[in-house]
Design a protein around this ligand. Structure first.
Ligand code: NDP
Ligand SMILES: O=C(O)C1=N[C@H](C(=O)O)C[C@H](O)C1
Length: 251
């Protein structure tokens, strides 16, 4: 990429996209060349000379956006949630036909959230019980959050590696949903509360003690340093990367 990275933002009028536009305009090494929102023609990206896009749109549209970008050799830094193994495989397939293009899919761009996930994975092997509670604004489309899903997967992997079995739970009768969603054997609970932004607790417990690891994004500006870090690194990472931790030396 050039010294100043030419950036297009998809979802530019949205809650996070508008913060990202501000950050890209303010950073000394990035230039905002395209603001795209619902109804806009993606062709404008090509005309703008965008070398990389940032996508904070909606799980229903993000795959179409990425297919377009990869086909045109435009790198992508993706915050939009809703990625499962099948979607990631589809992305890998598109990227195989465009081997110099990089796509970063990150469930959470805040450094605090990345550390919270890492600490949770580290703690998981020491405790019999572990559950995740995610708390978000009520305009959120997906549940559980991408962050909660990823956290639960990391906890489950750490428990497997440590030879831990299922967490104790004597529930034999319950209203549907009362024990949350099952992600890889880990219970994940979602709250949607006006006034909140993005918050998560990981609650662990063993004999006579509990450990709670909590992260709070009080402002969507918390996501922008991570997005800029992704933009600065993406051209040097062709193919698919899942998780900003791989670009920050946290892996
Ligand atoms: N990874 C991370 O760190 C974070 C991820 N997120 C995720 O990012 C996504 C967006 O969140 P948020 O900003 O709160 O949502 P918003 O609804 O506020 O913003 C999304 C924007 O994208 C627009 N949009 C819809 N379709 C298209 C399209 N085809 N092309 C371009 N723009 C489009 C929407 O327009 P319209 O409203 O008219 O449909 C809206 O302006 C969610 O999936 C959320 O979970 C959020 C925060 C952090
Ligand atoms: O929709 C949001 O707001 C957020 N979405 C991401 C997620 O689903 O994990 C990241 C953060 O929690 C905010």
């Amino acid at each position: 990429m050039t010294e100043t990275i030419k950036v297009g933002v998809l979802g530019a009028l949205g809650k996070v996209g508008s913060e990202v536009c501000r950050a890209v305009e303010q950073a000394p090494d990035t230039e905002l060349v395209a603001r795209i929102d619902a109804g806009d023609d993606l062709g404008g990206l090509v005309g703008s000379g965008a070398e990389a896009v940032v996508d904070f749109t909606h799980p229903d549209v993000v795959m179409d956006n990425l297919e377009f970008c990869v086909r045109h050799g435009i790198h992508a830094v993706v915050g939009t949630t809703g990625f499962d193994a099948a979607r990631l495989d589809t992305l890998r397939g598109w990227l195989a036909d465009s081997p110099t293009t990089g796509v970063l899919v990150a469930p959470n761009f805040s450094i605090g959230a990345l550390l919270m996930m890492r600490f949770a994975a580290e703690a998981a092997r020491w405790f019999e019980s572990a559950e995740v509670v995610e708390l978000h604004h009520p305009d959120k489309a997906d549940a559980p959050s991408g962050t909660a899903r990823r956290t639960a997967e990391l906890i489950a992997a750490a428990r497997r590696d440590a030879g831990l079995g299922p967490a104790p739970d004597a529930t034999s009768t319950a209203l549907e949903g009362a024990r949350g969603a099952d992600v890889d054997g880990i219970r994940v609970h979602g709250l949607r509360i006006r006034g909140m932004v993005a918050h998560q607790e990981v609650v662990l417990g063993g004999l006579g003690e509990t450990l709670t690891i909590r992260h709070d994004s009080m402002d969507r500006a918390s996501f922008t340093p991570g997005v800029l870090a992704g933009l600065r690194a993406i051209a040097d990472h062709p193919g698919l990367t899942v998780g900003l931790d791989h670009f920050l030396g946290l892996d």
